[in-house]
Design a protein around this ligand. Structure first.
Ligand SMILES: NC(=O)c1ccc[n+]([C@@H]2O[C@H](COP(=O)([O-])OP(=O)(O)OC[C@H]3O[C@@H](n4cnc5c(N)ncnc54)[C@H](OP(=O)(O)O)[C@@H]3O)[C@@H](O)[C@H]2O)c1
Length: 309
């Protein structure tokens, strides 16, 4: 299962499982990346905004020095919202920090503009402490700049993150290139079925983030997850990760703990009955509007997510 891949709309293959690096702590994320790649991971998810691409780059260099081949690894990173009007500059900064000539996938991290001339490179704030957002900016502008990168040789493909159905429906009619992926928060407590269905229809691959419920992995204790884990004789984490792969999606799990990184490679087959258990749980959460979105920066922008409108 560790070598399983899915085909993107570019024809390239993307691994089914990747290592996340958000909140990959300083002093730990280098060895986490190196450990993952030396132990069979083929996908690393990065972002300028995580502030650790230098150290992730050191981990990549260690893995390459040990014999892992660049062309066998799929690396994706993201343009941060202060760079959405300067996408190429954002890419150059990430490539330099990561020590790479190209990335396999470059993504719009969030469809909004944070003041490029604000009081911080990544998280500019107004005097009242709120985020320095340029309201009224059209998110499709960033996509035009993304499209212009495709022939540069510095990105093999482009995609988006955190695009709601509403935002995709605004983007797709003007897009010359259909995004290869939409990287979204996705787990049984936030199924986002309306986005998943639209992406499927348009040939946009889903990459699930925060599959364990992000910091502290709270979804491990969700009752149906625990039940299914007992039935299959695996850990709840294995269920939460396998859930995506069984549905044809890529899943990203973050850990800086070598044992957990290795354990998270354990993806098992889930059959229709297993998936139904989790789907029923999701349907109940949606019907009661008890979604859990763990990652939602306080931008003060309506992105069109039903759980936030
Ligand atoms: N595009 C976006 O806007 C966006 C947003 C959020 C995340 N992401 C990407 O998706 C990745 C994954 O999401 P995430 O980091 O939010 O959360 P996650 O992967 O759902 O959960 C990470 C948490 O689970 C713990 N953990 C990992 N494996 C475990 C295991 N086997 N047993 C017990 N605990 C375990 C980690 O701790 P330890 O490290 O201590 O093991 C960490 O506290 C991110 O790192 C990032 O690359 C993208």
């Amino acid at each position: 299962m560790a070598d399983k891949t899915f085909k993107l709309n570019t024809g390239a293959e993307i691994p089914a499982l990747g290592l996340g690096t958000w909140q990959g702590e300083p002093g730990k994320v280098k060895s986490a990346v190196a450990h993952a790649l030396k132990n069979g991971y083929k996908l690393i998810d990065c972002a300028y905004c995580y502030g650790n691409e230098d150290e992730v780059g050191e981990g990549l260099a260690e893995a390459f020095a040990s014999g892992v081949k660049r062309e066998d690894v799929f690396i994706m990173t993201k343009v941060w919202a202060t760079y959405n009007t300067r996408v190429e500059l954002g890419l150059e900064k990430s490539l330099k920090a990561l020590g790479l000539d190209y990335v396999d996938l470059y993504l719009v991290h969030w469809p909004l503009l944070l003041n490029p001339e604000g009081n911080d490179d990544r998280f500019p704030k107004l005097p009242d402490g709120s985020r320095d957002v340029i309201h009224g900016w059209d998110h499709r502008e960033a996509w035009k700049q993304m499209e212009a990168l495709v022939n540069s040789g510095k990105v093999k493909a482009i995609g988006v993150c955190n695009y709601s159905k509403k935002y995709l429906e605004e983007l797709l009619p003007v897009a010359k290139i259909v995004p290869a992926i939409n990287q979204i928060e996705n787990h049984p407590a936030l199924p986002q079925t309306e986005i998943v269905d639209l992406c499927k229809e348009k040939g946009i691959h889903i990459v699930a983030y925060s599959p364990l419920g992000s910091t502290g992995s709270p979804l491990q204790t969700a009752e149906p997850v625990v039940k299914l884990a007992e039935k299959k004789g695996v850990s709840p984490v294995t269920i939460l990760l396998s859930h995506h792969v069984a549905r044809g999606h890529t899943v990203l799990a973050k850990s800086v703990n070598p044992d957990r990184i290795t354990a998270n490679k354990n993806i098992v087959d889930l059959d229709a009955d297993d998936l139904k258990l989790l789907d029923d749980y999701s349907a109940e959460i949606v019907s009661k509007k008890e979604w859990k979105r763990y990652v939602y920066p306080p931008f003060g922008v309506q992105f069109g997510f039903p759980d936030k409108s």
